[in-house]
Each structure stands twice: as C-alpha cells, then as structure tokens.
Design a protein around this ligand. Structure first.
Ligand code: GDP
Ligand code: IMO
Ligand code: MG
Length: 423
C-alpha cells in the first residue's frame, strides 16, 4: 500500500509550501489540502507566471494529478469561484482534476463579518487575523452548527443557511456591526452554483482507495506549526491543527498511512499578524531582510515581520511533526549578508534551555546566537557543491536538528530548486 507524505510549514507560515508542492507534485498521483482555508496564500512561479492559490491545492498545474480539498479545510465559495475564474486562461480541466470533500466546512459571508467584529472588539490585543472568516467557521464546526459543502445539495440547504446567518446577525448586532449582506449573498449563491459543478465526495474513501491501489498522496499543509491551535503561540494562532496529525483528521487517513513528513522552513524567520516572535529584527536590519526577501503577505499584502532562524522553535516543530526531511527555503535572500545569525538556545533568567515556554514573549527570555557569513549566490549551482559558508550553514542546522536537509530553494521560480541526489 502506498502512503501519504506530508509537506508542512515549521514556522509561522509562508515558508514556501506552494512552490515546493508544485515542484514535487509530478511524483504524486494525488495532492490534498487538509486544513486552513483562504487565510493561506501559496505562491507558485513558473514559465514567467506567478500564481497565488488560496484554497485550491498546489498540484493543480500538473496534468494527471487529482487535487483534493479535504474535510479539514474551511472553504469560502466566493473565494473559490474567484480562484476558478482566475485559472480560466490556463486551460486546466479543473472539474476533472479537483474534487471537494462533502464534509468540508463552509465559510458564509457572516463568518467573515464576525471575524472582523471579534478582531475590532479585541482592540490592541487583536490576533491580526486575515479576516477571511477562519476562526468563526471553525468555531461553528466545533459548536456543531456549521454547514458543510455536501449540504449544498440537500433539500433544506437554504433554510439551514438562513438559520445560521440569522444566528450570526444576532451576534453582529451585539457588536454594533453593520452587516450589509445583499451584494455578499448574491455573490455567495452565484458561487454555490459553481461549487455544485464540481464532484463533492466522501474523499476519505477516495484517498484510502487510491492508497490501496498504490497511488501516492501528498498532503499540503497551510499556515505553519507555530500557528497550530494547540502548540502554536496561543492565542496568536490560527484555528486548526496545522501539524502532521491534522493531515490524519483533515483527510481521514490513519496515522500508520503516513510516510515522509517534509518540514519546510525559511533560512530565517517571518511572521504576519500579531504575537510573539523572539528572534524578530527591528529597524534597518529587519527592513533589509523584508526588502531582500520581498516579505509581503500573499493573501493580505501586509509587510511580514522578519528575524533570524530560531532553532529551539524549529526543533519544537520538527518534534511535533515527526519531520523526516527538512527543506530550506530562500537561501538566496541571506547570500549577500555580511553577518547572519542563528538562535541556538534560549535563556530564561539564568537557565539555558531549548524548550519553548508557555508564553514566548515572557519578559526574561534571552537568546543565544551563533554567527555565520554570507556566500556568493551565483556559485550556488548544485546541492553537492555548495559554497563553503552555505555548506557550513546547512550542516549546522542538520547537526542541531538531527534531521537531513534534502532540498534548498534559491529563488521563487520552480527551476530555482536544488534537490539532494537520490531524493
Ligand atoms: P507559502 O504560504 O508557504 O506557500 O509561501 P508564500 O507563497 O506565502 O510565501 C513565500 C514567498 O517566497 C513567495 O513570494 C514565493 O514566491 C517566494 N519564494 C519561495 N521560495 C523562494 C526562494 O527560495 N527564494 C526567494 N527569493 N523567494 C522564494
Ligand atoms: P500560508 O498557508 C502566514 C496568521 C494571520 C494571523 C493568524 C490568525 O500562506 O502559510 P487567521 O486568519 O487564520 O484567523 O489568522 O495566523 N496566518 C498566516 N500567516 N501564512 C498563512 O498561511 C497564514 N494564515 C494565517 O496573519 O496572525
Ligand atoms: Mg503564504
């Protein structure tokens, strides 16, 4: 029987998951998203085009791969229609290559409004949500009130939609949020008609049957491990399990079906939205990294906060996920820097530790660093023959994580990817 390999982010999202899923997709028969929703922005670049996918899995540009939106995802039909429309010029046979779980939870317009109302009410304690309705939709899922994509083909769909919307409107009224719904609902029902044209299935059967037939499956994570609802920097997290375990519940595959777990990280760190970020760089240094890395959100356009690689946090994520291989992204961004730092341990008061405290922004958190120098980017041509200082950087991370790095990314394009021999 084949297995499900998982590719997921080890930091605060935007590690470059879309790029690598697109790069590896030809090795797989199925690519599946298992959590998150339109809060994700996964960028793919090839043949001079740049695409940002939010809900559609990043295997969509390859012939002959089935892309699955799993039950663990929250899907916004309006964003979905917009994505489908955006892909129209590329002549992809989407209805044949994309299926949706009948158990995928649905984001309705008032979920987005609630997201806004809750954030406004939090004032300066706001999460910095993408305002895509993610939190309120997962909230309704857990409260057993949610609508699922399969419900759009049930005879009482309109009635159940009205009931949920009216419940939301009551809450919005208490927040003094003026809900203007006419245009939104028009778009919503137009989009529902488009969703109906796709196969809406019990994708847990489809995936498990594919595995029995020996077909390989790649599960594509969204967000990153430090945004996980249980293990991330709570409450500044997203509302789903972004770690490997989420792939089991988000697709309906048993833990014993999991094969490789590819953990992807930037050679430094970024974060969008609020919340603690121990190695964050402020002032000119942070600005330099943001510029060199073009660190602006793919979904919201917000500037990303930038900082040095944080090994205690990376090791924590690798542990939670059972990472078997590491992929290091954006090595090119550090190349020209005279001095690059890696945080290799924390100090809480006088005590040195590699464990993350309950709150990462605890006042007395000290950081310990090792320093590296840059390298000539044009000399980065093959994995086996890296410039000395990049080689040193890679080996240092491998040693401190006890995990091999098997892919190094040196630019946004599909072709700017170095893969270890015999991968
Ligand atoms: P995702 O959410 O994990 O898929 O990542 P995003 O697409 O949000 O952000 C990653 C950004 O970095 C995108 O703009 C990518 O095009 C870009 N990118 C990916 N890999 C590399 C790389 O190796 N070097 C550079 N310079 N950019 C990269
Ligand atoms: P990809 O898949 C980076 C962040 C938001 C906010 C917090 C909660 O592209 O890596 P939410 O809208 O989920 O309620 O926001 O999580 N966030 C992301 N940051 N990349 C993402 O996705 C993110 N999805 C959510 O900025 O801090
Ligand atoms: Mg992103």
């Amino acid at each position: 029987m084949a297995s499900v390999d998982i590719l997921l982010g080890l930091q605060w999202g935007d590690e470059g998951k879309g790029k690598v899923v697109d790069f590896l997709a030809p090795k797989y028969n199925v690519v599946a998203r298992f959590q998150g929703g339109p809060n994700a922005g996964h960028t793919l670049e090839f043949d001079g085009h740049k695409h940002v996918l939010h809900q559609i899995p990043s295997g969509i540009f390859h012939e002959g791969i089935l892309n699955v939106i799993g039950n663990g995802v929250v899907l916004d039909p309006i964003t979905f229609k917009r994505e489908i429309d955006g892909l129209a010029p590329f002549d992809l046979d989407l209805k044949r290559h994309l299926v949706i779980s009948n158990k995928t939870q649905m984001i309705i317009p008032t979920h987005r409004m609630l997201d806004k109302a809750y954030e406004l009410a939090k004032g300066d304690k706001k999460i910095g949500s993408t305002l895509r309705g993610i939190g309120p939709t997962y909230q309704d899922k857990a409260a057993r009130k949610g609508l699922r994509i399969g419900d759009i083909n049930e005879p009482d769909f309109d009635e159940r939609y009205n009931q949920l919307r009216d419940f939301h409107l009551q809450i919005l009224e208490r927040y003094n949020f003026e809900a203007e719904l006419d245009e939104e609902e028009k778009l919503f029902f137009e989009a529902i008609d488009i969703v109906r044209e796709f196969d809406i299935l019990s994708t847990e059967y489809l995936i498990n049957e594919a595995l029995i037939e020996g077909q390989s499956v790649l599960a594509e994570g969204a967000q990153g491990s430090l945004l996980d609802i249980d293990f991330g920097s709570y409450p500044f997290v997203t509302s789903s399990n972004t770690i490997a375990a989420g792939a089991c519940t988000g697709l309906g595959v048993a833990p014993r079906r999991i094969g490789e777990v590819y953990g992807i990280f930037k050679a430094y760190c970024t974060r969008v939205g609020s919340g603690p970020f121990p190695t964050e760089l402020f002032g000119d240094k942070g600005e330099e990294l943001r510029k060199l890395g073009n660190e602006f959100g793919a979904t919201t356009g917000r500037p990303r906060r930038c900082g040095w690689l944080d090994l205690p946090a990376l090791n924590y994520a690798a542990m939670l996920n059972g990472v078997t291989q590491l992929f290091m992204m954006k090595a090119d961004v550090l190349a020209d820097m005279d001095e690059i730092n890696i945080c290799n341990g924390y100090k809480i008061g006088e005590k040195e530790t590699n464990e993350l405290p309950l709150y990462l922004d605890t006042d007395n958190l000290g950081l310990m660093f090792d320093t590296f120098s840059g390298w000539e980017n044009d000399k980065v041509k093959s994995f086996e023959n890296l410039p000395e200082s990049l080689d040193k950087y890679v080996k240092y991370i491998e040693e401190h994580t006890k995990t091999p790095i098997s892919l190094i990314s040196v630019g946004p394009d599909r072709t700017q990817t170095l893969l270890k021999e015999n991968f």
